[in-house]
Write a protein that binds this ligand. Sequence first.
Ligand code: SAH
Length: 342
Amino acid sequence: MKQNLKDLTLPELETYFERLGEKRYRAKQVFRWLYQGVDSFDEMSDISIALREKLKEHAEITVLKIVERKISKQDGTRKYLFELSDGNMIESVFMKYKYGNSICISSQAGCRMGCIFCASGKDGLARNLSVGEMVDQILKVEQDAGEKINHVVIMGTGEPFDNYGNMSSFIKIINDKHGLHIGMRNITVSTCGIIPKISAFAEDFPQVNLAISLHASNDAERKKIMPIANKYSFDELLITCQKYTDKTGRRITFEYTLIAGKNDDIKHAEELASKLQGLLCHVNLIPMNEVSELEVKASSKPKVQQFLKKLQEKHIAATVRRELGSDIDAACGQLRLSKITL
Ligand code: SAH
């Protein structure tokens, strides 16, 4: 099988070139071309024709195919549907903020976490994305939108900590100054709370922002909406978060999607505030986006405001997330594996 060059970090590409009997610095030249968005060896003009031919024989540069794009009239958000080489579909969302352009990328085709309010997990996991498939979401969106992306959130379809190895190489490539040169602090990873990987992440990427989907104020309630809570308890999760902040000195973002009648009562806000007291964190309240096939309903606006007020009263830093792209089903939880939503 041919080696997809976009799956390799720069040190890995250098080793690969050595194995092909080539000089390491050639790897850097090729790496630069790849992340300038070049998809064919023939466009790599400072690489000899002989080496290009050799690369064609042993390696390949796979690319994602844009199947469909939707552009929000409300705020310019763009949602992309990509087809992978095996026919699976994934989505990415491009968003414009005052501070720059951001992309929300997928880490898996489908998801096996099964959170009851999320459309991405409805059909289970198809497979992990390769490193190249993750990077290519950025390259293709930059090309299509004609704009540079400077913030990356791994918050699309999939659980990034369920694909930890590929996620790690992805972060290294986009951070590399010869790659996309996106600062570690401009990258955010969102997880449903896979504890061993949170600890590994604190060691491996202390500068990358960590967001944790909490969505409940205690263990029993969390188990009702997030199956992962059966594996890792609420208390264990918060202990791990404390260790994370002790080690990294970085604030954790807790995502809390407000679901009518499940987790949006004032008593939940009080309980949450007491559990998070003293932890270096920020709570991001997410008004739930209703997904037609799912039973759960969104909390009302006054409920959301009341929840926010209670957290703030208890001195917990909290904000309500502004939803972009809701007119094109691009908001959280609305990314779907299948083409039918488009
Ligand atoms: N698996 C990761 C990342 C993908 S989900 C995680 O769990 O964090 C990204 C965020 O969108 C999570 O906080 C998730 O809970 C939230 N989300 C999922 N479905 C939603 C919905 N219907 N409405 C609002 N937010 C939702």
